[in-house]
Design a binder for this molecule. Structure first.
Ligand SMILES: [Zn+2]
Length: 91
């Protein structure tokens, strides 16, 4: 990644941060800390092989689908299917 592109991505991320802070009426730093905590939780869950959605480990679920940056267990896939079906039924 070129330096200018890296700066542009950082700038866009910061703008998203500012927008969220404005919408929620909180400080940019507070949102930044939440993002860092979430990133840390994701990294820990990934290292432990946990589902990125419910946090259950491999030994607690029947099946786990692994993507590039996330995992999802069979139960969460089923829940997602129910949610999608419900929103489809509403039209
Ligand atoms: Zn899950």
């Amino acid at each position: 990644m070129s330096r200018s592109l890296a700066l542009q991505v950082e700038d866009e991320a910061y703008q998203a941060l500012e927008e969220q802070a404005r919408e929620r009426g909180v400080a940019v730093a507070a949102i930044g800390e939440e993002w860092l905590a979430a990133a840390s939780r994701r990294a820990q869950a990934a290292a432990a092989g946990q589902c990125s959605f419910c946090g259950k480990g491999r030994d607690q679920v029947r099946q786990m689908v692994t993507g590039r940056d996330a995992r999802i267990c069979a139960e969460c896939i089923a829940e997602c299917q129910r949610l999608l079906q419900r929103s489809q039924d509403r039209g």
